[in-house]
Design a protein around this ligand. Structure first.
Ligand code: ADP
Ligand code: MG
Length: 403
């Protein structure tokens, strides 16, 4: 790929680096630093090349002035200081002539992190609507744009898509790794190829499901996806999470009809109950009552899924098999990761919750690859394209601006 960081002349240049530092923060403390650490290869490369680095990222969604306190990137800038061998400055400024001056004062090997790009959304959604003036202003801060924010690359925002339209741009090492792994493992997988689709966002995942079912040998279902399939087969799923959108149900029915041999559905479940918090029961899948809520898969389901996993060469996992945030319903997800990590297959996790479940349950180093992007991974696998990536790889630059 021509537009990879290692193929660009960045030496002694002012580089705008877009990262995805949308990390969980509580009371100013970073709870999971994975996304920060994953960008260090790119940052250290730029430092070696004597660059002045301007780091930009979004954090959370900014709808009101109050959100600004909760979603400031200042703790992230302080955290980054301890991970790299140089000064990291932070500025609350994202949009003024003073910012330009501040950037021009930067010395080689210094880093300036700007405040959350989405603060610009308080002025008429300038960031999220990819406002052209804002894109041009941000682009004017540097000589070269490096996009390493895989997690947000399915979005067409000013700080990722917009900047790329106006200055020479390339993709960083994290972005390259993500694309390489997803391409080689999921687009041209070794067979048998097993896909596990579970979790909550059924309506958002239908396209991916339709795409992956063509390529895989087995589709193992859990969570809301399984419940929707069971519902479409006229099983009683009680009050369980499932899609109620008739179009989605029709599409699920079509997938099931055309791929009977490939699809595996739960045989049993751990259920909760709508009127009693403490109620937890094991049930066979055809014994679910009206007030039951299916919250995890049972042991028979796991045994059935094991038959597919044991022989697999490639396994792709999206979504958790149950409501894993509650320990009483985490067993299915945990046992599933255990079976997967025992297999000989290349194992890829793609999805925000499935990735954090894999880490929190202790499987980070036992799987081949955990993608850093939830929505972006799904968008890429579903449509083979990402807006911010396309802006760099395909589009011509409009012009170089002098603002
Ligand atoms: P990902 O982020 O990996 O793409 P999702 O966001 O679609 O996955 O799904 C993960 C979420 O699904 C978790 O919050 C989990 O608690 C929830 N979930 C999984 N199974 C169930 C279930 N049976 N009932 C309710 N929630 C579930
Ligand atoms: Mg999720």
């Amino acid at each position: 790929m021509k537009k990879c960081l290692q193929n660009m002349d960045v030496k002694n240049k002012k580089v705008i680096l877009r990262v995805d530092y949308n990390v969980p923060i509580k009371n100013g403390k970073i709870l999971d630093d994975t996304k920060i650490k994953e960008t260090l290869d790119t940052i250290n490369y730029l430092l070696n090349e004597n660059c002045q680095i301007i780091i930009m990222s979004h954090l959370g969604k900014i709808k009101t002035e109050q959100d600004k306190q909760k979603y400031t990137l200042e703790p992230v800038a302080n955290y980054l200081k301890n991970l790299i061998q140089t000064e990291v400055y932070f500025t609350k400024d994202i949009l003024s002539e003073d910012l330009k001056k501040r950037v021009n004062e930067l010395k080689p090997k210094e880093v300036l992190m700007l405040e959350n790009t989405r603060f610009a959304d308080l002025q008429g959604k300038l960031e999220s609507s990819c406002d052209i003036q804002l894109s041009m202003f941000w682009a004017s801060l540097g000589d070269i744009f490096v996009n390493d924010a895989f997690g947000t690359s399915h979005r067409q925002h000013a700080s990722n898509y917009g900047i790329a339209k106006h200055i020479p741009s390339c993709i960083g090492f994290l972005m390259q790794k993500e694309i390489y792994c997803l391409d080689s493992l999921v687009k041209n997988p070794k067979h048998p190829f097993v896909v596990s689709m579970s979790g909550a966002k059924i309506d958002d995942k239908i396209e991916l499901l339709e795409n992956l079912i063509q390529k895989c040998d087995y589709l193992l279902c859990g969570g809301g996806i399984a419940n929707t399939c069971l519902k479409a087969l006229n099983f009683n799923v009680g009050q369980s999470l499932a899609s109620y959108n008739p179009i989605i149900i029709q599409r699920i029915q079509k997938i099931m009809l055309e791929n009977k041999e490939k699809i595996m559905l739960p045989l049993d479940a751990i259920v909760g109950n709508t009127y009693d918090e403490s109620y937890v029961k094991y049930k066979l899948i055809d014994k679910i009552d009206d007030n039951d809520v299916i919250l995890d898969v049972g042991i028979k389901t796991l045994e059935k899924y094991k038959t597919a996993i044991q022989n697999a060469q490639t396994i792709f996992i999206n979504g958790t098999l149950g409501y894993y945030e509650d320990i009483r319903f985490a067993n299915g997800t945990k046992e599933f990761f255990q079976m997967v990590s025992n297999s000989q297959a290349a194992t890829i996790v793609g999805g925000g919750d499935s990735a954090s479940a894999a880490r929190n349950l202790g499987y980070e180093n036992k799987l081949t690859y955990i993608s850093s992007g939830g929505g972006a991974t799904l968008a890429y696998l579903g449509s083979s394209s990402l807006k911010a990536l396309d802006a760099i790889l395909e589009e011509e630059r409009i012009e170089t601006l002098d603002l």
